[in-house]
Design a protein around this ligand. Structure first.
Ligand code: SF4
Length: 341
């Protein structure tokens, strides 16, 4: 487990800040997750053997960098708390939300969560701290199906729904639900989730239901026997569920979340470039390491963390020459080519 403090907060998927050139800035406080979902795109959870490290960010370091990013983006920013894990298990979640809401230019704070680990009082504190919306990850109404999808027997979909309803009735925060449709595993559950969202009053300010398409990922978990559907099939299915429930599900061509294009953060390191990198320690997946360029500027907008791929085991503190092979959205993936001993 790594507690990230004096390292760049931009550049890796593991933790920190991800910018995709809009007014929505993603914040990733932890990669930890208590569930083991069968379809998890980031292969999180206690039973996953391909992971060999987890990350928790020190709140102060995250906030310092985030303040600079929000200023760069201008006003009207939504900060979305998410990551390669379950953000609700972050130990300083309420303080994190409080600190984010104090950053000038932040308009909305949202969080992707399964909620079931939280208490009612924590939801009240989160709302008081400034959390505007929870995007509830809930993939089944039926307890058995929900536990099977979550991959653990202690997950409770009832508890998650009860907390969502509590938040709606007792706080100013909104809750929407974002189930993943996994064809063959929860087809009959999705219309029931939509009906619940409608009757429980989800979506006070935003669309109540955002159905996600199951997409297998190279590093994710893929349930046996599940075949992903194409986009045409997906949208047809949504229209069928719209007719069945009377709830609007297809928001293409509209912009209910107020997403605006904004200048992306500068890209100081681009694909193809070779850079001398100091190894900090393991990355999340076996064979991956976290590194930082030997020469940094001290400017949180310009310094980057790097995910290193190496077939050879790399000790913390070792320096390597690495070639950057991916740089999309400033997420830097590099291959170690030469190790300096
Ligand atoms: S899908 Fe979300 S809740 Fe499920 S294991 Fe992955 S990170 Fe955890």
């Amino acid at each position: 487990m790594y507690f990230i403090e004096d390292l760049p907060q931009i550049g890796t998927r593991y933790y920190g800040i991800v910018d995709q050139g809009t007014n929505i800035v993603e914040v990733r406080p932890t990669s930890l997750c208590p569930l083991n979902c069968a379809f998890c795109s980031v292969a999180a959870g206690p039973y996953e053997g391909r992971r060999w490290a987890e990350f928790v960010v020190k709140r102060e370091a995250l906030i310092e960098s985030l303040s600079r990013v929000v200023k760069f983006k201008g006003g009207g920013v939504e900060v979305h708390i998410d990551g390669m894990g379950e953000p609700a298990v972050y130990p300083e979640l309420v303080d994190l939300v409080q600190d984010i809401s104090a950053i000038p230019g932040v308009k909305t704070i949202s969080m992707q969560s399964r909620l079931f680990t939280l208490r009612e009082r924590t939801l009240e504190e989160l709302a008081e701290a400034g959390l505007s919306r929870v995007n509830l990850s809930l993939d089944a109404m039926n307890s058995e199906v929900a536990r099977k999808l979550a991959g653990v027997d202690y997950y409770s979909a009832e508890r998650a729904r009860s907390l969502a309803e509590y938040a709606l009735a007792n706080t100013r925060m909104d809750v929407i639900v974002s189930p993943v449709w996994v064809p063959g595993l929860n087809d009959d559950e999705i219309p029931e989730i939509i009906k619940w969202a409608s009757s429980a009053g989800l979506g006070k300010r935003w669309p109540p239901v955002l159905i996600q398409k199951y997409i297998p990922h190279k590093r994710g978990r893929s349930p046996r026997g599940v075949k992903p559907v194409g986009w045409g099939h997906f949208w047809r299915k949504l229209r069928e569920w719209e007719r069945q429930t009377g709830v609007k599900l297809d928001w293409r061509g509209e912009n209910p979340f107020g997403i605006e294009e904004r200048a992306p953060l500068p890209k100081p390191l681009a694909a193809g470039r070779r850079v001398k990198v100091r190894v900090i320690g393991r990355g999340i997946f076996r064979g991956e390491y976290l590194g930082v360029p030997v020469n940094t500027s001290g400017d949180p907008l310009l310094d980057r963390a790097i995910t290193l791929l190496s077939e050879r085991s790399l000790e913390p503190g070792v320096e390597v020459l690495a070639r950057i092979i991916e740089d999309e959205n400033n997420i830097l993936l590099a291959r170690a080519e030469l190790v300096f001993l």
